[in-house]
Design a protein around this ligand. Structure first.
Ligand code: PDD
Length: 287
């Protein structure tokens, strides 16, 4: 973690950044968050992340404690000061402390806002070159998966299923349709067409998901945004996972069975190259 973290308007040493045990974020998971990748000290898609933060805050009826320009200032400052060139910046806003434990919102809300940075942990090269293994599971989460809420117990249990099976991600199906991964968006490639599930209340509107679709459009890769069945997912030529911290990774086995021929596919290789090129032009251009 960074030498300084942001807590409610102050920059503090981590050990001085304390939150009450009565904080609703701690007791109820009553809060929302963002994870913003930073390349060469430049926050990637900051505006989109902050706009999704606003969507999540609206969804839980919590007033944003800061204006957009204030958030932009805080994040940019941290990205400039943190120990690493490439970082992952974490924002969390909870409904703050309450006097007595009560599910209903307190009358006077004093949100707890935290921003901290960690070194960017890019996936090992082997995962990109050889692909990763995934398991599948029923999507047991709630019906507001479009909100990036800190109450992530279901996601944690689902991710742990993958880890227990020696895999990287758990691909989720709800009522016979693909939703997403435990902490990633999932894409299918079939017969040269990139398929993406529709952004709705059953999945997080991924920022990386948007980048992947934009790159597909820009480079003329055929793509469709539509409901994707479990059978289509299992019969995919290629399966990808993507997120701010993992970028794009090929899934080569699902529940122990090969996806396509069982190696990273040509569409993935292309998307990965486009993604890196995009990052390089946007993030490494002279300031
Ligand atoms: N998670 N879906 C879920 C459930 C996620 O948790 C994430 C990312 C994504 C991908 O979204 P984006 O491309 O905007 O990162 C999709 C972050 C990285 C996390 O919880 O740490």
């Amino acid at each position: 973690m960074t030498a300084r973290v942001f807590l409610n308007g102050q920059w503090l040493a981590p050990r001085d950044a304390n939150v009450s045990v009565m904080d609703r974020g701690f007791l109820f998971g009553d809060g929302v968050y963002e994870v913003i990748p930073v390349y060469s000290r430049r926050p990637f898609r900051l505006e989109q992340h902050l706009s999704r933060l606003q969507h999540s805050l609206d969804g839980i009826q919590l007033t944003n404690p800061y204006r957009l320009d204030q958030w932009t200032g805080f994040v940019t400052q941290l990205a400039r000061e943190a120990e690493w060139e490439d970082q992952s910046i974490y924002i969390q806003v909870t409904r703050g402390p309450m006097a007595v434990r009560n599910h209903a919102f307190p009358k006077q809300v004093a949100p707890t806002a935290v921003i901290l940075a960690e070194a960017m942990q890019t996936p090992p090269e082997s995962q990109r070159e050889q692909g990763i293994a995934a398991v599948s599971a029923a999507d047991i989460r709630w019906l507001r998966c479009d909100l990036k809420a800190t109450s992530l117990l279901a996601n944690c249990l689902l991710r742990q299923m993958a880890v227990a099976a020696g895999c990287v991600e758990t691909v989720l199906f709800r009522d016979g349709f693909l939703t997403e991964g435990s902490a990633s968006s999932i894409f299918v490639v079939k017969d040269g067409v990139l398929l993406a599930p529709i952004k709705n209340h059953l999945m997080l509107p991924g920022i990386t998901y948007d980048v992947v679709l934009e790159l597909a459009a820009q480079h003329g890769l055929a793509h469709e945004v539509r409901d994707i069945t479990e059978a289509e997912t299992r019969g995919a030529d290629e399966l990808w996972m993507c997120s701010s911290t993992k970028e794009v990774l090929p899934i080569v086995t699902l529940d122990g069975r090969k996806v396509g021929v069982g190696t990273p596919g040509p569409a993935f290789a292309q998307m990965y190259a486009w993604y890196q090129e995009f990052k390089a032009t946007v993030m490494r251009a002279p300031a």
